[in-house]
Design a protein around this ligand. Structure first.
Ligand code: GDP
Length: 310
């Protein structure tokens, strides 16, 4: 079974998330096409650019050593509270990315609080240390105080801080030490973020987000939290009302590979996947066993969040 790490990046807008993910992908040698090298590849959504906030999730992955690191994109704005919580649930740890000059921002605080409450292990990345007048030491202390205020547990408070410049493409475990790549960060992810739980049994996957393809229609995205999914498998779609059960079949399965998706012959527990062929699903529904459906608790989206979204 492929070794996995599932992470989400928490960052205030402009603190460098896109630049960092871009560099991670380059470092993972997944972005081999020299023609596109140097261009930003994550921020390709016009709405995002226009509004300056990430409102759509796009999962990407990086192969590093013998690990696959799934990077789950998170909305950067506090209005999207429900979305943040759902997305964070797929991650087994978070990178808290903070600008070494600006420090922590209110929106980061909101998302960090959610991540800590969900028990996620953080790694702190103090970015933009190349900037004149930056204050990485002060910002690191500020982050520690914030974690403490937000009731981080002992294990969470024992986080690692990585310093660097996403723009220049380097990260270091030591403040003041310049390196020439971002492998210290990738190693930190492998060492500090736990392997996703691998639970045997009948399949369970909470539908966490959806994508749309003009060819195959709506695609259900989520993390397999029990058992293994395979194409052609008969499954039950347990609706989030807790009552309605729809018998259906998985047509195709895909995993996130680099910047795109590839068909998968099986998706083990712990992996994040996209399912084609499930009709009429909604976010919060569960894909589960055909004969003995055991739905997962849907993740509540609180009313204020919903009203802010529409
Ligand atoms: P996002 O909104 O968090 O995705 O931020 P971006 O990755 O789009 O970066 C916002 C701006 O900060 C861009 O102009 C980047 O070039 C710049 N930036 C990102 N990382 C660094 C860094 O390490 N040092 C400096 N000086 N600028 C950076």
């Amino acid at each position: 079974m492929r070794k996995l790490r599932n992470i989400a990046i928490i960052a205030h807008v402009d603190h460098g998330k896109t630049t960092l993910v871009d560099k991670m992908i380059l470092q993972g040698h997944l972005f081999r096409n020299a023609a596109s090298a140097g261009e930003l590849i994550l921020d390709n959504n016009d709405i995002e650019r226009e509004r300056g906030i990430t409102i759509l999730s796009k999962n990407v992955s990086v192969i590093y050593k013998d690990y696959k690191i799934n990077i789950i994109d998170t909305p950067g704005h506090s209005d999207f509270g429900g979305e943040v919580e759902r997305v964070l649930n797929m991650a087994d740890g978070v990178l808290l990315l903070v600008d070494a000059f600006e420090g922590t921002m209110p929106q980061t605080r909101f998302v960090l609080q959610k991540a800590l409450a969900l028990g996620k292990k953080p790694i702190v990345v103090i970015n933009k240390v190349d900037k004149p007048n930056c204050r990485p030491e002060f910002v690191n202390e500020q982050v520690f105080d914030l974690m403490f205020t937000l009731n981080a547990n002992e294990e969470q408070l024992d986080y690692r801080t990585v310093y660097g410049s996403a723009k220049q493409g380097w990260m270091s475990n030591k403040l003041g030490e310049r390196t020439d790549n971002i492998t210290p960060l990738l190693d930190a992810i492998i060492d500090d973020i736990p392997e996703p739980a691998r639970v045997e049994g009948t399949p369970q996957m909470l539908i966490t987000s959806l994508e749309y393809s003009p060819y195959v229609g709506r695609i259900a995205v989520g993390k397999v939290t029990r058992g293994t999914l395979r194409p052609g498998m008969n499954v039950t779609l347990a609706k989030r009302d807790g009552v309605t059960m729809v018998k259906t079949r998985i047509k195709d399965l895909m995993t996130f590979e680099g910047l795109g998706k590839s068909k998968a012959e099986e998706v083990p527990c712990g992996e994040i996947c996209a399912i084609v062929g499930i009709e009429g699903f909604e976010i919060g529904d569960t894909i589960c066993d055909y004969d003995n459906p055991e739905p997962l608790e849907p993740i509540a989206i609180d009313e204020p969040t919903m009203s802010m979204l529409f």
